[in-house]
Design a binder for this molecule. Structure first.
Ligand code: B12
Length: 467
């Protein structure tokens, strides 16, 4: 490759937007084909940036400065490119949906798409469904890409897809969605053709979509996921009037992963404190989850679906949940024994304890008693909460070793032991010599607080095993 083209690529990679202009101008005046400068200089640099972003070698600031350099180079070249001479991969209309002003992520995606060779029509932020439809029609676009950062504006993506499917655009327009609260499950639910978690994979998804031979959806507009989604949206609107606790429990009852996830995010966002949410919303929801399972109203796969929704919602607030290093309430080691490999039950218990302001050390699943004792020693824990979900004799046998092992461990505190989870019972906890039993994470929080002198009331039936 021409040395100058490599230098142009390096300028994009290094975000040197001042230098790039002079390099592009000099290449043009020496007669280098403008399209070659775009392909082998600018785009090839952006390709490296995309790869580095995917590999976590580059982060948002580096990509933004690279995109700025790319744009500076493109501005010099544009007048030299004969109209329509660019070998564009296709036209993408992109925007942040109506009501949402977050545009940093959307801009990144737009720049990466441009860098990869798409012609990008950027509608900016707060773009209405009608604006997307009009722009798709006017530009004969192959793809409409939407961004949303607020859970409250995600519904606009469904509305926009509905509007696109209902409009006569003269061709099939594919849709792609993204933004922090958006997931693949949500994309499936609203009938989007693709979802990508970040800018570099968005380029791959866009290439794949545009390359696919387009065919109108068989059942015409609106397609079935959108009709189902519209019904759910209406149901959720009605539920917004209900108290926070009732909303989350209703979502658990419905068993719809996306509804549970959104209900967690929305109710947690409006709660006065994390703890208030844990008491008012999470505790009754966990009780409903447990009772439904114990009464065989639903089976293991139904339980897993509900747990997935809860966990996905709680993960959205992960960074704000207190950690063991912070000052505060009792330190608790949460763990599940060797043999327990599906960790969602334990994860929910651990996160619930954190929301109740206990400082949690998550020792993971599939652990031997000695490893758990080591976690207790290292963290100077006040309590250990063993989660028993699978009905496995070997896990029960290993659980039974915990109280005696901790009693023998030279430790300056008397670490309290609590057994929790659907695979446990008050009787089993007493037989194994545990200090307390709890059916779920919310009960476990209360039991631990009582055992460690935190003083919370035992309103909901969490009790010591031997009490
Ligand atoms: C910056 C920011 C703002 C800025 C936005 C500036 C701007 N020009 O964008 C300002 C200050 C304006 C703002 C305002 C608000 N914000 Co704000 N904001 C943020 C913040 C801190 C960062 C968002 C961001 O830019 N991330 C960096 C980019 C690069 O990441 P990204 O957007 O996720 O994009 C990547 C991927 O998601 C993906 N992607 C993005 N779009 C697309 C599109 C497609 C098609 C694809 C495939 C992929 C894709 O690729 C991107 C690059 O890899 C987040 C918190 C956080 N840490 O996320 C809160 C956050 C999003 N904001 C929040 C809130 C509540 C608000 C306000 C309502 C606050 C208020 N009370 O006024 C207002 C809303 C205003 C409105 N109507 O939109 C909440 C949303 C919570 C929720 N459950 O909905 C968050 C999560 C903070 C929080 N924890 O509470 N905010």
């Amino acid at each position: 490759m021409d040395d100058r083209l490599q230098k142009i690529a390096d300028c994009v990679i290094g975000g040197r937007f001042d230098e790039i202009k002079a390099l592009v101008e000099s290449a043009l005046s020496d007669g280098v084909d403008p399209q070659t400068i775009v392909n082998d200089g600018l785009r090839s640099g952006m390709q490296v940036v995309g790869d580095k972003f995917k590999a976590n070698e580059f982060f948002v600031p580096e990509v933004l400065t690279a995109a700025r350099a790319m744009k500076a180079g493109m501005e010099v070249i544009k007048p030299h490119l004969a109209a329509g001479s660019t070998d564009s991969l296709g036209t993408v209309v992109i925007g942040t949906v109506q009501g949402d002003l977050h545009d940093i992520g959307k801009n990144l995606v737009a720049m990466m798409l441009e860098g990869a060779g798409f012609q990008v029509i950027d509608l900016g932020a707060d773009a209405s469904p009608e604006a997307f439809v009009d722009a798709a029609r006017e530009n004969n676009a192959e793809l409409v890409a939407m961004s949303a950062l607020l859970t409250t504006t995600m519904g606009k993506m469904a509305e926009t897809i509905y509007a696109l499917n209902s409009a006569d655009l003269g061709r099939t327009v594919r849709t792609m969605i993204g933004g922090a609260p958006v997931t693949q499950t949500y994309a499936n639910e609203i009938g989007a053709d693709a979802y990508a978690p970040e800018a570099a994979t968005a380029v791959d998804a866009a290439k794949e979509l545009v390359g696919r031979t387009s065919r109108r959806r068989p059942d015409g507009p609106p397609c079935w996921p959108q009709r189902a989604f519209a019904r759910r949206l209406e149901q959720e609107r009605r539920e917004r009037g209900k108290p926070v606790g009732a909303r989350l429990t209703a979502a658990i009852e419905s068993g719809q992963v996306e509804r549970i996830r959104r209900s967690v995010i929305e109710t947690l966002r409006v709660a006065k404190t994390r703890r208030a949410w844990a008491e008012e919303a999470l505790a009754p929801a966990l009780r409903a989850l447990r009772e439904g399972y114990e009464r065989q109203k639903w089976w293991y796969p139904d339980l897993v679906r509900r747990e997935t929704g809860l966990l996905e919602g709680m993960r959205f607030f992960e960074r704000e949940i207190p950690s063991a290093e912070q000052e505060g309430g009792p330190i608790v080691v949460a763990a599940a024994m060797k043999g327990e490999v599906y960790g969602a039950g334990k994860d929910i218990v651990a996160k619930t304890l954190s929301l109740f302001e206990l400082r949690v050390v998550d020792a993971g699943v599939h652990q031997m008693p000695e490893q758990i004792a080591q976690y207790v020693l290292n963290s100077d824990a006040d309590a250990v909460c063993i989660c028993l979900f699978a009905y496995m004799p070997s896990a029960v046998m290993l659980t039974g070793k915990i109280p005696a092992l901790l009693a023998r461990t030279p430790h300056k505190k008397t670490t309290k032991t609590v057994l929790a989870g659907y695979g446990a019972s008050r009787q089993l906890a007493a037989e194994l010599g545990f200090d307390g039993y709890a059916g779920d994470g919310a009960e476990a929080a209360r039991v631990i607080e009582d055992l460690c002198g935190g003083g919370a009331s035992q309103q909901d039936g969490g009790e010591g095993a031997s009490a």
